[in-house]
Design a protein around this ligand. Sequence first.
Ligand code: PSV
Ligand code: MN
Length: 426
Amino acid sequence: MPELPIDPGLVEEDHARRGGDLERDFASLGERLARRGVAIDAIAARAARFGVAIPTWGVGTGGTRFARFPIPGEPRDVFEKLEDCAVVQQLGRATPTVSPHFPWDRVDDPRELRRAAEAWGLGFDAVNSNTFQDPAYKFGSLTHTEKAVREQAIAHNVECIEIGRQLGSRALTVWIADGANFPGQQHFARALERYLESLREIVRALPGDWRVFLEHKLYEPALYSTVVCDWGTSYACAQALGPQALCLVDLGHHAPTTNVEAIVARLVQFGKLAGFHFNDSKYGDDDLDAGSIDPFRIFLVFHELVDAERRAAPGFAPAYMIDQSHNVTDPIESLLASAQSLQRAYAQALLVDHDALDAHQDANDALLAHRTLKEAFETDVGPILAMARRRAGGAIDPIAVYRASGWRARKATERPQQLGVQAGIV
Ligand code: PSV
Ligand code: MN
């Protein structure tokens, strides 16, 4: 049995206090869904299997380029980050894995880290390399004009694979900040050729059952051009690099009006979807809480995923991770709310009547096709999620239980602040 960071008595109290209302809400929703030919328990069981990885950097407060406002009691090292991840998983039951970032999470013995995670009942998802902060990378990393810098960046990625192997991970996510701030600064084709050359070496170091996730991003920190700037570039690279290379979609890494769900559909169709960094945004790579700005867009992404799942699309095994920056909230609360928003979008997408949708699409009935999606999106699946949590031993109202636990105040005394410890967030 995993250790539980929050007093289980508080979860029992939550069940006692809210369980009756939940039973009634669940039964009433079940009745309405039955009229649509949907068995609520089957949806609850599938929603319960949904899992998204917590980024280790997400349990600390983020920041902007103007300031960071640390809160008392935030984790000071990766072991304390795991403790906070365990809180999110205990109460929310939708985040069984953690996605670490190196060198931010570097430890002497990765096996000790793995044991610590296992003690909390947590596993490790993709490991993220970081070749965007070392002073050597001012003019690029894997695409740098100087071979020595490229070699340093390659060696770091290879080290991440080795650490990841010891953690039980099976994927490496590579995001590079490389690009240019001035027209003329960089030769587009040569820079991308250097990226491919470097990635070929990284792929050579991958164990056979590993995958490498190529993460694209439109801009920032490079503000004129970015080497891996869009899904087209990412897809071309993944094709060139072979079957172990796939394309990772960070929801915030596109121009504001981009149709991200269509990109997801394309990547699924061509067997190259790695997975996601989930977050929400209004303008750019805002890294806001998933579901806080445009829950319909997240639903539409999950609709594509459920569609792929139904068709058993070849090679479809996406990795789900959150990638957010929590600047004005307690990160644990933001993570609980975000994971719940994602699980909600998944459950809503499971409610889409695919046969009806197919028929309306074939008949070019735009209105009914759209209404079929909307009917699923507009269903309040809250009772399904709450029931899935309760059945798994989580809280019916995770944020209320978290607040009642006094976790952060207790940690404020146990984890005295050391200014400047938390790594910056890009
Ligand atoms: C870059 O903006 C990014 O999305 C990459 O995934 C990084 O690894 C992560 O944010 C954290 O800085
Ligand atoms: Mn990301």
